[in-house]
Design a protein around this ligand. Structure first.
Ligand code: IPD
Ligand code: CA
Ligand code: CA
Length: 266
């Protein structure tokens, strides 16, 4: 049984506390699907409420740390070297459609580097967590990336840019390059969980462009701590603020990188 640090306890307790109401809200969605107005406003309210609940718990336990979250104001903390990077619901479209594939994502950034990460899927009660240099875990089980080395055996995750996104046609070229070599593609709708699934060896690889730091801050550390190579999709350094990420074991990463580069050649 791994020993969680006091900091990780704070993060896990905050996620579990906020998720209680979120799970109840998710139960309501089914009723709202059939209402004429649809669940849109309700989901926005759940998103904002979850953000607030997470902030409250984290602020109470660690008052000096600032915030960068999808749904609220940025806050520079008294300790301006540290901030929480939070997505209160990653996978909002799934949540809105009653699909249980969504998660709370919390990362702690210290002096520009993410040192602690949590992705919590409340419906399956799966807590993925990692601290820098300490490995990645799912609940109390240590995680390792999948060992598969051949693209032909690999299950690859991705995300589809919105229709009006000018990168859409580029994405289709990339998709076609990866699709022809791998065993299967999944578009699950939560980048945070996709990266956690790479850490857990469920997905063999994942690529996605056009993301925000709160989508991937926690997932990147989880994947790295489980032994994944994580880069930008052009192979370059830190993907966090570029919002464009490629994660896999070494063999699959290098093959995917080659395929993506070929697909992007003019
Ligand atoms: C989205 C999810 C999705 C990804 C989108 C993100 P949200 O975040 O991570 O998988 O494809 O680009 O915006 O809106 O559900 O928090
Ligand atoms: Ca997100
Ligand atoms: Ca979100």
């Amino acid at each position: 049984m791994p020993r969680t640090s006091p900091l990780m306890n704070v993060m896990q307790q905050a996620a579990r506390k906020a998720s209680r109401r979120l799970v109840r809200d998710f139960g309501e969605i089914e009723n709202l699907q059939v209402s004429r107005k649809g669940p849109g406003d309700f989901v926005t309210a759940a998103d904002v409420r979850t953000d607030q609940k997470l902030r409250e718990s984290l602020e109470q336990a660690r008052p000096a740390i600032g915030f960068l979250t999808e749904e609220g104001e940025d806050v520079v903390g008294e300790d301006h070297t540290r901030r929480w990077i939070i997505d209160p619901i990653d996978g909002t479209a799934n949540f809105m459609h009653g699909i249980p594939m969504f998660a709370i994502s919390i990362a702690l950034e210290e002096a520009g580097e993410v040192t602690a990460a949590l992705v919590y899927a409340p419906i399956s009660d799966e807590m993925f967590w990692a601290e820098k240099g300490q490995g990645a875990y799912l609940n109390d089980r240590r995680l390792r990336v999948a060992a598969r080395r051949h693209m032909g055996d690999a299950m690859i995750g991705t995300g589809i840019p919105y229709l009006e996104n000018p990168k859409n046609s580029e994405f289709l070229t990339e998709l076609s390059a990866i699709l022809t070599e791998c065993a299967g593609i999944r578009r699950m709708g939560s980048a945070a969980l996709d990266l956690a699934y790479v850490a857990a060896g469920r997905l063999d690889g994942f690529w996605h462009t056009g993301l925000s730091p709160w989508d991937i801050a926690a997932g990147i550390l989880l994947a790295r701590e489980a032994g994944a190579m994580v880069s930008r999709t052009d192979g370059g350094g830190d993907p966090l603020y570029k919002g464009d990420v490629l994660a896999a074991n070494e063999a699959i990463h290098s093959r995917m990188l080659r395929l993506l580069r070929q697909a992007r050649k003019p």
